[in-house]
Write a protein that binds this ligand. Structure first.
Ligand code: NA7
Length: 538
């Protein structure tokens, strides 16, 4: 082993969670380093720089609340922040709090091993560096390990292939080019209208149609921003008291969209009225669609009616209408002109259900019905969510047990924060925590606060390690499963990345905690107040 550098804490990742951790670790008087794979900070907002990349939580709420000065001085320009603005914001955070000196960029962590005798983690990087620390914070992000589907003949393609999650900094000029996009999740749906603007021809290859709602994004009213800032701490408090961690009604959190109305008992007249008044929103305002599949199907009908009204070509409209799974099973997407884009004459859809991809050829993509000639192919094919980035690293806890083995039956954790057998290892917004089901920034800040409080408490009590008791972890895993049961998240027809089914071979397990971040925070607070109930401190 070469040079080994020592800190109190090693943080893996310098995205939102890593930056938040560094600022607060420094304030708590702890030494830390963040090891970051990218050559810049920002995590998700560093990598996903494809045209149209935008957050689905409003900017005033998708921002840090840990510093009053920061939230007062930063000015957001749009209701929903785009990637460029978010990356600029996160760079500002790094500069403002002078944390760049604690960040080592272009550094991929390959392994982390717990030394029981010394109660230290040793972290090895691809560059051959070693770091030792008492605590290891995995701030690796929930959607940071891209899926790389193996399309036959991909290497033979004569054009350019680019992933939305690895979009080049200098951008790609698609002016006049024939562009193909594979994948119609958030990333595909966001980039298609933007690419269509310049492309000579655009072909979208869709395997599953998506429920997506217009974001109605636009410039942020300066008066709204000013007023929000007058009582920002109230807003931050309110976020933690709501299931989705946001007060926004247009955000991604479907559970908050429900008014006090059941669709099952509604009249046809009421449903038509909802369509006329609310348009796309008509499919999201009912209380009984979250747990009742029949109710949900009625809301889906309203949704499909809107697709029909928006897309000119009936065959394309039919193919773009989601059918076999309920609203709310997958993460709702917000878009800027997705359906309208298909009314442009140079944009076409290939429905892979009826016309599957056979493979790539030099000229383009061959489907059963023929060859689509292409210059550029954009892969918007998603991520190995929530566990991919953790399991890519060879993490070994007590007795050399690997996280891969510990999670061979699915990711088990206590509170989504710690794993039995892996002392002083923390998974920020890990599986088993609300994470992707709530405003991520609220989840991140809450976890970082908890971790730093925990380290401080250990130090003041003369303790070296903390880890969950097996029974407490088992109970939590059971609770996470029970909370999601009976919701659309776990409906048999649901094939979401929340369930891991988009990854070949990944066990079908619902990964995040669906009980609401408000309830989650209350539970964590109670456990902490009871002297870290369910944890072993040594
Ligand atoms: P998603 O939501 O996982 O979407 C990936 C898309 O790629 C989805 O439409 C997939 O179809 C499609 N896909 C994946 N593999 C293939 C293959 N082999 N052939 C054809 N199509 C394929 O990822 P995103 O990046 O869009 O969004 C992830 C999250 O980021 C999003 O939920 C927001 O939270 C932000 P499928 O549906 O599996 O049939």
């Amino acid at each position: 082993m070469g040079d080994v550098r020592e800190r109190d804490v090693v943080v893996v990742g310098a995205g939102m969670a890593g930056l938040c951790a560094l600022v607060q670790l420094r304030e708590a008087g702890l030494t830390a380093v963040a090891l970051e794979r990218g050559d810049g900070v920002g995590g998700t907002w560093f990598w996903n720089r494809y045209p149209g990349a935008r957050c689905d939580v409003p900017s005033l709420e998708y921002s840090f609340g840990f510093s009053e000065e920061l939230q007062q001085e930063w000015e957001w320009s749009e209701v929903f922040p785009g990637q460029v603005e978010l990356e600029r914001y996160l760079n500002h955070v790094a500069d403002r709090f002078d944390i760049r000196r604690d960040i080592q960029l272009s550094t991929s962590v390959v392994s982390a091993t717990f030394d029981e005798g010394a109660a230290r983690w040793t972290v090895a990087t691809e560059n051959g560096d070693y770091w030792r620390a008492r605590h290891l914070i995995m701030a690796t992000g929930g959607l940071s390990e891209p899926l790389r589907p193996n399309f036959p003949g991909l290497e033979d393609f004569g054009g350019r292939v680019v992933r939305t999650s690895e979009w080049p900094r200098e951008g790609i000029d698609v002016s006049g080019l024939r562009v193909g996009v594979i994948g119609t999740g958030s990333s595909g749906i966001q980039c298609v209208p933007e690419l269509a603007r310049d492309a000579g021809a655009l072909t979208v290859f869709q395997r599953t149609a998506t429920y997506t709602w217009p974001s109605y994004n636009g410039p942020l009213d300066p008066e709204v921003q000013r007023e929000t800032k007058l009582t920002y701490s109230d807003l931050r408090k309110a976020q933690r008291e709501l299931p989705g961690g946001t007060t926004s009604l247009t955000g991604a959190i479907i559970i908050q969209m429900a008014e006090d109305k059941a669709i099952l008992t509604s009249t046809e007249g009421q449903r038509s009225e909802a369509l006329e008044k609310l348009g796309w929103g008509a499919s999201r305002v009912w209380t009984d669609t979250i747990r009742n599949r029949d109710a949900n199907e009625m809301a889906c009908d309203l949704y499909r009616e809107m697709v029909k009204r928006t897309v000119d070509d009936p065959v394309t409209a039919e193919a773009l209408s989601p059918k076999d799974f309920p609203i709310g099973c997958k993460r709702p997407v917000i878009d800027s002109g997705w359906f309208e884009t298909f009314n442009q004459s140079h944009v076409s859809l290939v429905d892979l259900r009826s016309d599957p991809i056979i493979g790539f050829e030099t000229e383009g993509i061959r489907t059963e019905s023929g060859l689509v000639s292409l210059d550029v192919v954009v892969l918007a094919t998603g991520f190995d969510a929530m566990t991919g980035a953790l399991l890519r690293i060879d993490i070994r806890g007590r007795d050399g047990i690997s996280l891969i083995d510990a999670w061979s039956n699915g990711p088990a954790s206590y509170l989504g924060l710690q794993v039995a057998g892996f002392p002083n290892l923390y998974t920020v917004t890990g599986p088993g925590s609300p994470s992707v089901l709530a405003n991520m920034v609220v989840g991140i800040e809450h976890h970082i606060e908890w971790i730093i409080q925990c380290i401080t408490d250990l130090d003041s009590q003369g303790m070296q390690t903390i880890e969950p008791k097996q029974e407490a972890q088992d109970e939590w895993v059971k609770h996470v499963r029970e909370v999601a049961e009976g919701t659309m998240f776990t409906d048999d027809s649901c094939n979401s990345w929340y369930l891991g089914v988009n990854v070949p071979g990944k066990e079908r397990i619902f990964l995040p905690y669906a009980g609401g971040i408000n309830n989650y925070i209350a539970k964590v607070d109670a456990i902490t107040a009871a002297g870290y109930e369910g944890f072993t401190l040594t």
